[in-house]
Design a protein around this ligand. Structure first.
Ligand code: DC
Length: 223
């Protein structure tokens, strides 16, 4: 298998870039954030309090989450229902950030992710891919950008989808999510020792994609 791990904070451009890199390589793009979001949606629908660790630990085991690929796009199925359209709301984003700290949630989803990585050549993005999920990935990238740049990207993304958005609120939410993602006890967001840092603040999507494809090419030549 040839696996590429892309980690970084919310809004760094991971999914856009990972999707393009996967297409260029002929690999599958695996969005692990969508799995945490699907779990959050499940817990949200069950009316679970995000601060009730015990209830989350218990309920997450019953969530039936699976991944399908339709026309090369990842589809997340919750008890067989395609929930892709419900994963990006502010409520689900907040719930995902809170519930993804739970070790039982992580264990269940990491197992699913590792299985995909063993079966296919993947470009997988998330927070702990290079450090925990695919420690043997051939290429590891740590993608980042300033908080303001990331907030503006998320804001534009929501507006383009016809959703309401408030830039100041999104900036604050990104700050809070960074804080939680980087400081949680289990699998915090951090750059793997062998990951290459790419700061996308002043780069276009094309420039970032080309840079990563170049890193992959260099790595392949050395393998
Ligand atoms: O990348 P995203 O914004 O879709 O991720 C949603 C949430 O899930 C985010 O708060 C961080 C968490 N997450 C995680 O803990 N580990 C991952 N591998 C991917 C996402």
């Amino acid at each position: 298998m040839f696996n590429v791990a892309i980690d970084g904070p919310a809004g760094a451009g991971k999914s856009t870039i990972a999707r393009r890199v996967a297409a260029a390589l002929g690999s599958i793009y695996v969005d692990t954030g969508a799995m945490y979001r699907a779990m959050a949606l499940y817990l949200f629908r069950k009316g679970i309090d995000p601060d009730d660790a015990e209830a989350i630990s218990r309920e997450c085991k019953n969530a039936d989450i699976s991944i399908d690929f339709q026309n090369g796009e990842q589809v997340v199925l919750l008890s067989g229902e395609n929930v892709n359209d419900y994963l990006r709301t502010p409520e689900v984003s907040d719930m995902a950030s809170r519930t993804s700290v739970n070790p039982f949630v992580r264990k269940k989803l990491v197992e699913l992710q590792q299985k995909l990585g063993r079966q296919k050549d993947v470009v997988m993005d998330g927070r702990d891919i290079g450090t925990v999920v695919l420690p043997d990935a051939q290429v590891k990238i740590y993608l980042t950008a300033s908080v303001d740049v990331r907030a503006k990207r998320r804001y534009k993304e929501l507006l383009e989808k016809g959703m309401e958005a408030d830039l100041a609120q999104i900036t604050e939410q990104i700050r809070e999510r960074d804080e939680r993602d980087m400081n949680r006890a289990v699998s915090p967001l951090k750059q793997a020792d062998d990951a290459v840092l790419v700061d996308t603040s002043d780069m276009t999507i094309e420039e970032v994609t080309d840079r990563i494809l170049e890193i992959i090419k260099e790595k392949r030549e050395r393998l």
